[in-house]
Write a protein that binds this ligand. Structure first.
Ligand code: BDR
Ligand code: CA
Length: 314
């Protein structure tokens, strides 16, 4: 079974990603670490406990991590997408799990879990990359146990939080650059360019609800997003970014990758947090950045069906 760790900032779409990893007992989900991002860190940690309670994961360790970016610039949360509580207004109706967050900080628990594994572990990062960058700096030998790092982040045709930056990268561009460009981790980036093509229909959501209580709970969490996406896309579809990244971790290769030279802008101009792809065939001098896998193509019907089948499995 695939050993998996999720680093997350729940978050409506994070909740879907967590639930997919927890569904059907086919994945060996070993740890969830949380980070600030969509809402502040104290809320994302509580939200992870709520979502895992809904999914029946009473004992899975949850450790709370970074409360802000490495370089400490001021933050804008994404409450306009995820609601003030981060779970589309549903948090108050979702009981907190009895087992609380671990007493030790996320990066320490993450390092311990990685070192205790006798096989390489897939880590999926669904929020700002601050925790992963800190792991690289403080526990490089543990980071060496990461077999694969799947990152939901970036956008090569523009961003969502600014004209050029995607939210997760924009939250902590210094961390993103260290992880994506300056490390030797086997990174697969799942950018907006792809997640925007993987939006789900109302029929799909109805089918998810029909799989049971978790599907119903997820549908309630996402209910407030339909109108926003309809305004944005001009059609009634819901973009669930983090679910797509977790799907790639659960079914490696379901998103066809392209090898791309990628860099991250960590300067303080208008392109802060942008991801750049160098696809030049002819150039002078060396390339900037690092060649990594970028999820580029997929079969949407297959992806959507597999996810429904996995939720139906429980
Ligand atoms: C990413 O930003 C967050 O708001 C979502 O949870 C997702 O991880 C999309 O840009
Ligand atoms: Ca997220």
């Amino acid at each position: 079974m695939l050993p998996l760790i999720i680093d997350t900032d729940p978050g409506v779409d994070d909740a879907f990603g967590l639930a997919l990893a927890a569904a059907g007992a086919k994945v060996d989900l070993r740890l969830v670490t949380t980070t600030y991002g969509n809402v502040p860190g104290e809320r994302t940690a509580g939200n992870a406990l709520r979502v895992l309670e809904m999914c029946g994961c009473a004992e899975l360790p949850v450790a709370r991590g970074a409360d802000g970016p490495l370089a400490g610039h001021s933050l804008r949360a994404a409450e306009y997408v995820h609601g003030r509580d981060g779970l589309g207004g549903q948090a108050g109706r979702m009981p907190l799990r009895a087992r609380p967050v671990e007493p030790r900080p996320a990066v320490e628990v993450l390092a311990g879990t990685l070192l205790a594994s006798d096989e390489p572990v897939t880590v999926v990062a669904l929020g700002p990359l601050t925790n992963v960058a800190t792991l690289l700096a403080e526990h490089p030998e543990a980071a060496g146990r990461i077999g694969r790092l799947v990152v939901m982040g970036g956008g090569f045709r523009g961003g969502n939080v600014t004209a050029s930056a995607e939210f997760n990268i924009w939250c902590d561009p210094e961390a993103a650059r260290r992880v994506i460009v300056r490390s030797d981790l086997a990174v697969t980036l799942v950018p907006l360019d792809l997640t925007h093509r993987a939006g789900v229909s109302e029929e799909w959501m109805a089918a998810l609800v029909a799989t049971g209580a978790v599907g119903e709970g997820l549908s309630r969490i996402a209910a407030g997003n339909w109108a926003m996406y309809e305004r944005m896309l001009g059609e009634r579809r819901l973009i669930i970014h983090d679910l797509v990244a977790v799907a790639e971790a659960v079914w490696p290769g379901i998103l066809r990758p392209e090898r791309v030279w990628v860099d991250v802008e960590d300067g303080h101009g208008p392109a802060r947090g942008a991801t750049l792809a160098d696809r030049r065939r002819y150039r002078q001098g060396p390339r900037e950045g690092r060649e990594i896998d970028v999820a580029a193509d997929f079969d949407a019907a297959d992806l959507h069906e597999r996810i429904l089948a996995r939720f139906g499995d429980r």
